[in-house]
Design a protein around this ligand. Structure first.
Ligand SMILES: NC(=O)c1ccc[n+]([C@@H]2O[C@H](COP(=O)([O-])OP(=O)(O)OC[C@H]3O[C@@H](n4cnc5c(N)ncnc54)[C@H](O)[C@@H]3O)[C@@H](O)[C@H]2O)c1
Length: 295
C-alpha cells in the first residue's frame, strides 16, 4: 500500500523508514526541501547502521530506500495514499489544518492518522468532513527501534479504520495496544506520573537522580530510569504535557517547581546539555545542580 508521512523530523523519518522496510511505498513530505533531505539522510544513516550491525542486508537497505520518495508538494504526496500519518509539531491548530488539507487532496478511503503524543485525536478528527477515517498512531522514539505503537481510537473512528490501523501496525511488525482517546492515552499518562513523582522525590532530597533511576532500572527492570528519560524527552516537552494533563485530569499532574525552574533557565535535558543530568556530546557525564557533578 502507499503510506505518506507528513513531517520529516525526529519521528516522521523513522515512521517512513519502518513503513518502507515492511514493503510499503512511502512518500515523505515536509515544508522545505532541506527538511525532506535531512529526513532522507536520517533514514540512510539508520539503515546503514542496521547493515553494519548485521540486522539487515545491503540489498534490503537498497530496496527500502528505493521505495521512499521525498517531496514538499502536499497534493502529490497524498493523492494516492492509503494511509497518511502526520508527524508535524505538537500544536492542535496546525494538526487540524493539516488534517483538513489532507482530506481535500486525498481519496475518499484514505485513512488519516496522527502521531500526536498527547493531543485529542477526537478534536483533530472534528476538522474532517469524514471524521470516521481518523485515528491516532502513537509511535515511540526512535520508531525503528521501539516496538510499540499505541492506537488511539477517537470518538468518531469507525471499525474499518480501527481494523486498518491494527493491520498496518502488525504489518510493520510492531506491537499494538488500542486505547480510547483520553488525555495522555495510556503510556504518556503513566510515564509522566512516574516522571513527575521522581522529580518531586529529587526536590525533597529522597535520593539523588542517579540512585532513583538505578532503583527503577535494577529494581523494576525499566530500561531507563524516569529522570534520565525526562532528560531524553526534553524537560520542556514534559512540562508542556504535564500542564495539559493537569488541565484535563487534575492536580496530580501539577508540574513540580524544579521542573519549571529548569525550563525557564534553558536546562531542557540532553538537547541543551543539562537537565537532571549533565550531558556532553550526547553522553551522560554527571548530575546537575546540588547533586554536584559526580554520580
Ligand atoms: N519526539 C518524540 O520523542 C515523539 C515521540 C512520540 C510522538 N511525538 C509526536 O510526533 C510529532 C512530531 O514530533 P517530532 O519530535 O518528530 O517533531 P520535529 O520538530 O522533529 O519534526 C516536525 C517536522 O514537521 C515539519 N512540519 C511543520 N509543519 C508541517 C506541515 N504542515 N507539513 C509537513 N511537515 C511539517 C517540520 O518542518 C519538522 O521537520 C509531534 O506530534 C510529537 O508530539 C514525538
Amino acid at each position: 500500500m502507499q503510506v505518506t508521512v507528513l513531517g520529516a523530523g525526529s519521528m516522521g523519518h523513522g515512521i517512513a523508514q519502518v513503513s518502507a522496510m515492511a514493503g510499503h511505498d512511502v512518500i515523505l513530505r515536509d515544508i522545505e526541501a532541506e527538511f525532506v533531505e535531512n529526513g532522507l539522510e536520517g533514514i540512510r544513516t539508520n539503515l546503514q547502521g542496521g547493515v553494519d550491525r548485521d540486522k539487515l542486508t545491503e540489498e534490503e537497505m537498497d530496496a527500502a530506500l528505493e521505495r521512499i520518495e521525498g517531496t514538499t508538494d502536499l497534493e502529490e504526496a497524498v493523492a494516492d495514499a492509503d494511509l497518511v500519518v502526520e508527524a508535524v509539531p505538537e500544536e492542535m491548530d496546525l494538526k487540524k489544518e493539516v488534517f483538513s488539507d489532507v482530506e481535500d487532496a486525498a481519496g475518499e478511503e484514505t485513512v488519516i492518522a496522527s502521531n500526536t503524543s498527547s493531543l485529542s485525536v477526537t478534536e483533530m478528527a472534528s476538522a474532517l468532513e469524514h471524521p470516521e477515517r481518523a485515528v491516532g498512531l502513537h509511535f515511540f522514539n526512535p520508531p525503528h527501534i521501539m516496538d510499540l505503537v499505541e492506537i488511539i481510537v477517537a470518538e468518531q473512528t469507525d471499525e474499518r479504520t480501527e481494523k486498518f490501523a491494527i493491520d498496518y501496525v502488525q504489518g510493520i511488525e510492531k506491537e499494538d495496544v488500542v486505547v480510547r482517546d483520553t488525555a495522555g492515552f495510556a503510556t504518556s499518562r503513566l510515564g509522566l506520573a512516574l516522571g513527575l513523582e521522581a522529580i518531586r522525590m529529587v526536590e525533597q532530597g529522597v535520593a539523588s537522580p542517579a540512585d532513583i533511576d538505578e532503583g527503577m532500572e535494577i529494581g523494576y527492570g525499566h530500561p531507563m530510569g524516569p529522570l534520565e528519560l525526562t532528560d531524553h524527552v526534553g524537560l520542556d516537552v514534559r512540562l508542556h504535557i504535564a500542564e495539559h494533563l493537569r488541565e484535563e485530569l487534575g492536580e496530580r499532574f501539577k508540574p513540580p517547581q524544579s521542573l519549571r525552574r529548569k525550563v525557564r533557565a534553558g536546562n531542557l535535558g540532553k538537547k541543551s546539555g543539562e537537565g537532571y543530568y549533565v550531558w556532553e556530546d550526547g553522553e551522560r557525564v554527571g548530575m546537575s545542580g546540588e547533586w554536584g557533578g559526580d554520580e
